[in-house]
Write a protein that binds this ligand. Structure first.
Ligand code: HEM
Length: 179
């Protein structure tokens, strides 16, 4: 992951001279934006702002399922639907009109094994990857959570037995009196 991040150059700074500088990326960086600012991004995308995908899986209801649905949701528009110029029909995007052209197509990226090179498989991989980038520590957190629950369970049993052992003598020496 570090090597992959280092393959991209990101803008950092300013340095002591007040200048911005480029450096190899780190896993904690956001994806480098392909456009210098929002206006340039809109100008290149028919007026729509392509979202920063670094944390999109956490920012949208449905997370990776939503991303998968958008990526595989390009269909022919229903006959009676009026589309705005430059928009594409998409079953998952709110309003069903999206400015993003279909970013995936069958066969564009080879797999190193026999996995079929389909939009469906690409969409699964991309959405799983974007879930990971949005929450890279999720699995460690889940594992720690399980260990904490197991610890609390064992601790509760020990505490219960300790309580019984401590109170046994007290109860014998001071039996409950009849009212
Ligand atoms: C595999 C690569 C890509 C993924 C996973 C992806 C994912 C997404 C997702 C999930 C959205 C919906 C965001 C939302 O709910 O607000 C979106 C929107 C958008 N994407 Fe992409 N995208 C990809 C590639 C591209 C490319 C190559 C372009 C430009 C040619 C692009 C341009 C846009 C634009 C303009 C929007 C905003 C759509 C609108 O508001 O109508 N995307 N993208």
């Amino acid at each position: 992951m570090k090597a992959l991040a280092e393959s991209a150059q990101v803008t950092d700074g300013p340095n002591d001279k007040g200048e911005m500088f480029k450096r190899p990326g780190r896993p904690s960086d956001r994806f480098p934006a392909p456009f210098p600012n929002e206006e340039a991004a809109r100008a290149a995308n028919g007026g729509s702002h392509p979202p920063d995908l670094s944390v999109i899986a956490k920012a949208r209801e449905g997370g990776p399922d939503y991303i998968y649905s958008v990526l595989t949701g390009y269909k022919d528009k229903p006959g009676d639907m009026e589309m705005a110029p430059g928009m594409h029909y998409n079953t998952a995007f709110p309003g069903h009109q999206i400015a993003m052209p279909p970013p995936l197509a069958d066969g564009v990226v080879p797999y190193t094994d026999d996995t079929e090179q389909t939009v469906d498989n690409y969409a699964k991989d991309v959405s799983a990857f974007l879930m990971w980038t949005a929450e890279p520590k999720l699995e460690q957190r889940h594992m720690l959570g399980h260990r904490v629950i197991i610890f609390l369970f064992v601790f509760a049993i020990i505490m219960f037995l300790a309580k019984k052992a401590v109170w046994k003598r007290v109860n014998k020496d001071h039996p409950p009196t009849e009212a």
